[in-house]
Design a binder for this molecule. Structure first.
Ligand code: GBH
Length: 447
């Protein structure tokens, strides 16, 4: 791709969020229900029965939140639009109040010098569409096209950066036995393969809708991956890690990079897909492949987890450092992940999520002290900049998340925020890591 078309602006330091996790106002101003509104009200589906009814109440407090972002010094804010807030039934009638909310948010961001990075789909499928089969319905890509056109038409005069789907692999997790993502129902492998294909087609249709409505739009999809990191720089060790990162394993529809990204960047599913799922996968037509590989501008990636790999392709038998959710902490993930992705897909990279959960609380001095998060961000970004210095075209880093929020089915326990939220009073308190991220951004800007 011709990277010269991209603006030669500074590296973007940002923060990220998602509608369902922060907005609240779940049934206000004409918003329709999403599968997450419904599921979080079913007994036993979320920790402590936590819901998104109020969560951070960002819907009413977005001005305060944008002010905190401006003080932090970020130049990008990645947020998602709640599909059922703007289209209560998923298609058809438009909810004016929903459009107004996002329109005001976008204006507020721009007035504060913050570029909006708009995610169309961060898991909150309109319930009405779920009742029609959701991602299994062959019309799903057309529903998504209609929604993407609306977003392009209403906001394309002010928004340039778009993320079509957040982590389609975790959408499929919610259709897998034991998966906690909504709808948290077990589907057959055949159905999951159909859902993946429809998600990818929906991505392609959204790219088309945005190209039609937003001149100069910059678009990509944001999958999530765990990165195998070579324990030394011997070519063989590196090759083992590269192979593992891009492997498509049998019966693994969740962890694979290639299953979701090869169709977009390379024009087809990996050959293993056709071997492992013979007789199970939907018909993949040449038109489908063309649609899915409609050119995009970025390779976005959410990266939290890395793990070491030796020259035999084995994870050394040591206790890896872990976070409170038992995800391994391995900063080199932000070196090797972008490097491998750039080699394979040749697109500029933006890390659309990276962050650390902790059980942060306010101490006696009324502050939240979170040295682990400061260390996490420092060590991960250091690796990212190392890759960048070696020529990997990395354009940005978004910390997940600006605020403590509803961590989906895990409830309010795991706190990822740079800003502490008291979920009773809704008071925001910047943590120590907020001030350190502020410092990091300033250090980077220094000539
Ligand atoms: C993202 O999902 C979501 O986009 C966001 O909404 C969410 O709040 C945020 O991250 C924090 O969870 O330990 O090797 O088994 C993250 C999906 C799936 C990433 C599980 C880490 C564990 C890998 N996560 N994965 S491992």
């Amino acid at each position: 791709m011709n990277t010269n078309q991209l603006p030669k602006e500074e590296f973007v330091f940002g923060v990220a969020s998602a509608a369902f996790q922060i907005e609240g106002a779940a049934r206000e101003d004409g918003k329709g229900e999403s599968i997450w509104d419904v599921m979080t009200h079913e007994p036993g589906k979320t920790k402590r029965g936590n819901t998104g009814d109020i969560t951070c109440d960002h819907y009413h407090r977005y001005r305060e939140d944008v002010r905190l972002m401006a003080q932090l010094g970020v130049t990008g804010y990645r947020f998602s639009v709640s599909w059922s807030r703007v289209l209560p039934n998923g298609t058809g009638e438009v909810n004016r109040a929903g459009i107004d909310f996002y329109s005001n948010l976008i204006d507020e961001l721009l007035q504060n010098g913050i570029q909006p990075y708009l995610t169309l789909y961060h898991w909150d499928l309109p319930q009405k569409l779920f009742e029609k089969g959701g991602w299994l319905n062959p019309d799903a890509p057309e529903w998504f096209y209609e929604y993407a056109r609306l977003i392009g038409q209403r906001f394309g005069d002010r928004v340039r950066y778009f993320i079509t789907l957040n982590e389609p692999n975790n959408v499929i997790e919610g259709m897998t036995q034991g998966g906690g993502n909504a709808p948290a129902l077990a589907y057959t492998v055949k159905d999951r393969l159909t859902a993946i294909h429809n998600l990818l087609k929906a991505h392609g249709r959204a790219v088309q809708a945005l190209r039609e409505t937003v001149p100069g739009a910059l678009i990509g999809m944001a999958p999530c991956s765990a990165v195998p990191c070579p324990i030394d720089t011997d070519l063989e060790t590196v090759e083992q890690a590269r192979k593992r990162y891009f492997a498509t394993a049998p019966n693994d529809l969740l962890g694979s990079v290639t299953l979701y990204s090869d169709p977009i960047f390379l024009g087809d599913y990996p050959k293993e897909y056709y071997e492992y799922y013979r007789g199970l996968h939907p018909e993949i037509t040449p038109e489908d492949r063309k649609l899915i590989s409609t050119p995009v501008d970025f390779c976005y990636q959410n990266i939290y987890v890395g793990f070491p790999l030796d020259r035999d392709g084995k994870v050394p038998d040591i206790a890896l450092p872990e976070n409170m959710l038992s995800w391994p902490i391995w900063p080199e993930a932000l070196y090797w992940g972008p490097k491998f992705l750039y080699e394979r897909y040749q697109k500029p990279i933006i890390i659309t999520e990276n962050g650390l959960p902790n059980a942060d609380n306010l101490c006696k001095d009324a502050k939240a002290h979170d040295p682990e998060r400061i260390d996490f961000v420092r060590r991960y970004t250091q690796q990212l900049f190392l890759a960048r210095a070696e020529g990997v075209d990395i354009r940005g880093y978004f910390y997940w998340s600006i605020l403590d929020n509803l961590e989906w089915e895990l409830g309010f326990g795991p706190r990822f925020g740079l800003i502490h939220v008291d979920f009773h009073t809704l008071k925001r308190t910047p943590k120590d890591s907020y001030y350190d991220y502020q410092k990091l951004i300033q250090e980077y800007r220094k000539p």
